[in-house]
Ligand binder design. Structure first.
Ligand SMILES: [Zn+2]
Length: 134
């Protein structure tokens, strides 16, 4: 019987699309793709300093799943640093309570709950928007 799979919860996507090394060329090297859930494990474990037991509950996943995702995240970050590669973030297999949008004109991030006029940026009214959680 297949194991029941828990959805990985996230409140909001990372505040950036990626990172580029400087002082060294990353040109021609494969980009490291960091999944949203991998970023999230680094945030809980390394930024907030939570142990895996606490951190996995924030994401609604088991401790072993958390540990596996976290290990992949650290390996990827280490590879990017050591091999001077760019990092891009990409939605992996996570669920958000709200859909998040990025405004291409002013770079604001918001959910539709935060805007009065659907399809328009709440800070500059632009309609040049991109969904960043799908
Ligand atoms: Zn805007």
């Amino acid at each position: 019987m297949p194991r029941q799979r828990h959805q990985r919860k996230m409140l909001e996507p990372p505040h950036f699309k990626g990172y580029k090394p400087y002082g060294s060329s990353a040109r021609g090297k494969p980009v490291v793709e960091l999944l949203y859930e991998e970023y999230e494990t680094l945030k809980w474990a390394d930024y907030y300093g939570m142990n895996h037991h606490e951190a996995c509950r924030h994401m609604g996943i088991s401790r072993s799943t958390f540990a596996r995702i976290y290990a992949n995240a650290r390996r990827k970050i280490a590879r990017a640093l050591v091999e001077t590669r760019e990092i891009t973030t990409t939605p992996g297999d996570v669920v958000f309570e709200d859909d998040w949008y990025h405004c291409h004109d002013c770079h604001a991030r918001f959910t539709l709950r935060q805007t009065r006029r659907k399809e328009y940026c709440p800070s500059c009214q632009s309609n040049d928007l991109e969904s960043i959680t799908k």
